[in-house]
Ligand binder design. Sequence first.
Ligand code: NAD
Length: 480
Amino acid sequence: MTSILSDLPIAQFIGGNWVDATTTMPVRNPATDAEIATVADGDDSTAMAALDAAVAAQRDWADTDPRYRSDILARAFHLLHADTERIAHTITLEMGKPLAEARAEVAYGAEFLRWFAEEAARGRGAFFRAPSGGRRIVVREQPVGPVFAITPWNFPLAMVTRKLAPALAAGCTVVLKPAPQTPLTAVAFMRILAEAGVPPGVVNCVTTSRAPLVSARILTDRRLRKLTFTGSTAVGRTLLTQAAQGVLRVSMELGGNAAFVVLGSADLDKAVGGAVLAKLRNAGQTCVAADRFLVHRSRAAEFTERFLTAVSALPVGDGLDSATRIGPMIDGAAVQRVTTLIDEAVDQGARLYTDETATASPGHFLRPAILTDVDTRTRLWNSEVFGPVAAIRTFTDPAAALELANATDSGLAGYVFGENLGDTLEFAENLQTGMVGVNTGVISDPAAPFGGMKSSGLGREGGSTGLAEYQEQQYLAIDR
Ligand code: NAD
């Protein structure tokens, strides 16, 4: 299966060319720990070459007709769809998720190309008389300028298209730095963009194991105008500090710690189905993963038992095996980190319902675990788990459950299940999160604004406002 990787370039995509690297870095399959490829390992000179190319292409790209950019994005959408099997296998090989989930990621990731192909063609702006009557005001949108995009490993394709599609639609050029664990999907996507007709220099890709070095080099260059980052809150904070020096526009999609609330009126078929999806998609390695389960006491025993039964039936294994429903963790450190969170919670009084021990394999597997009676002071309760572990507490007073759900710095996603429409919607509206799943465990939709409140981020991706993240307003004052 690794043969599908054999024709991928071991080079950086800069100025429309594949530029050979002086050094390379390995890419490993988390299901086997085997090295599956090597890619170029960029340094600060690669970073500068990529930014030079993006800056050189910016003016001409901004001047293209919106319909021209729209047509290129539409072609990229169709090419990506046609290449679904190859891209999905690449995602599974370097990231581990089950092939069915990788295919779903290709479909989801491609939708951003289609959505922003359509958005690119929509004219925006304003022309009106000033209230004083003395002048006319013209407001126009223009691309913000060269963009630096940094993406995580958990959705190697979709996190890239969610940034590049609106940037290109708006007329921005881009330097992309994918995660070092998953550079292959990004490289494969560069080929698709070139085939779709993206001109040289408009998109550039630097694969590197030296993110802080490469990133600092680009961020300190005054020609850069925007940083868009998806990743952990800790790295996001560092990057915000660096971006402040250049007063860059920023979009930050950071970590979550979602509450999953089962109200007394919940339909448990929906709640259990939603819990499996919200907790175990991507082996729990999603930013919107449900971490803190708050279940009404009257439903807790049945919910926990049914959730446990559903989870225990999910085979853990290599994502290329069609029976697998839960793939590996990204690496051994992730297994260790999550195992420690479980052990600490058990030491502090939680009851563990599944055996969390890693399967005997060179791969980085972790059995799903459910814990009840989890103390609110544990790290398991208070941090983003990023693994297949559900921490459950019960409540009797919904107001207390709401307070607990909101008692976190994170504000990315939340979930509420209930059949009493008024109560359920009121609960959802009072959650301090950018997104809420109401009777559903899957939130993401390219047509909706994705993003977080509080320390989960700044800005929104997708939806009708997604384009504005890459646009600057200019106002012309026209006196009579
Ligand atoms: P991470 O923050 O470790 O890395 C993300 C990216 O930043 C990678 O490309 C990495 O190489 C780069 N990076 C790391 N240190 C850097 C530095 N000092 N300077 C510049 N770049 C640096 O995150 P991860 O482990 O790849 O991804 C998991 C995290 O991403 C989780 O916290 C998850 O919640 C978050 N995430 C958020 C969203 C969202 O939309 N809010 C989506 C997916 C993932």
